[in-house]
Design a protein around this ligand. Sequence first.
Ligand SMILES: Nc1ncnc2c1ncn2[C@@H]1O[C@H](COP(=O)(O)OP(=O)(O)O)[C@@H](O)[C@H]1O
Ligand SMILES: [Mg+2]
Length: 270
Amino acid sequence: MSSESTPKETTNPAVDGSELIRFDKVTKRFGSNTVLDELDFSVDSGKHVTLIGPSGSGKTTILRLLMTLMKPEEGTIKVGGRYLTHEEKNGKLVPAGEKYIREVRKNIGMVFQQFNLFPNMKVLRNITEAPVQVLGLSKDEAEERARGLLELVGLTEHIDKYPNQLSGGQQQRVAIARALAMRPQVLLLDEVTSALDPELVAGVLDVLRDIAHTTDITMLCVTHEMNFARDISDQVLMFDSGRVIESGTPEKIFTEPEHERTREFLSAVL
Ligand SMILES: Nc1ncnc2c1ncn2[C@@H]1O[C@H](COP(=O)(O)OP(=O)(O)O)[C@@H](O)[C@H]1O
Ligand SMILES: [Mg+2]
């Protein structure tokens, strides 16, 4: 990671319910496989939105596009009113350069199914590394922030351990703390409990519930944990074949889904 000249992090804009994420006719293909087909959707600032739907329906692709790990073939994505993959130069929209993408990406944190911690770094440094390297925080500032987050995820006593000395659930809680240390505007969560032994799932979900209920961070979450989705979501989007076929409050989606496909899916996972 290269350090940048911009000092400190930019502060989050006030959570005012304005649109934070906007997909506009986004099409993503892999060869002849159209995974997202002119997808439109938006997430308002401070909201918790859950994506549900069968395997292969394009949920991870949406999160990877937001992380700028891949680009759409067509359409545009905006985060905080700025284009993710394009920048405006002389009044024209041109493909974004690396520097611009790094700037926008700072606003987005992601936690993956496989925790992806840095194996050669202790817990504390896993959390402080990006704030120091990318945001330009001092080591002391970054460590203070990390200690606060380790308390939030219940891992204070494990601060000096290496990832392989922790359980999967503990590693995932470090990964959550690491994402939050960047103070992103939005936290993307992709099936973060799917790789965990069953007895470790509840601890991770409790931490996420806590974050959802006590912070104003926007969350976009892919999960098969329907009780969790019901607890934290303002809105649930049901995906099938790269389209949102139904959306609404958790009450509506889980108790009176309109689509046969949603009913089928829910009866298979509930
Ligand atoms: N890097 C890739 N190369 C080719 N095909 C891919 C790639 N990533 C995803 N896909 C395909 O895109 C579709 C949607 O995948 P994904 O977004 O991972 O679905 P979900 O997360 O809903 O299970 C699947 O058909 C998958 O095989
Ligand atoms: Mg997936």
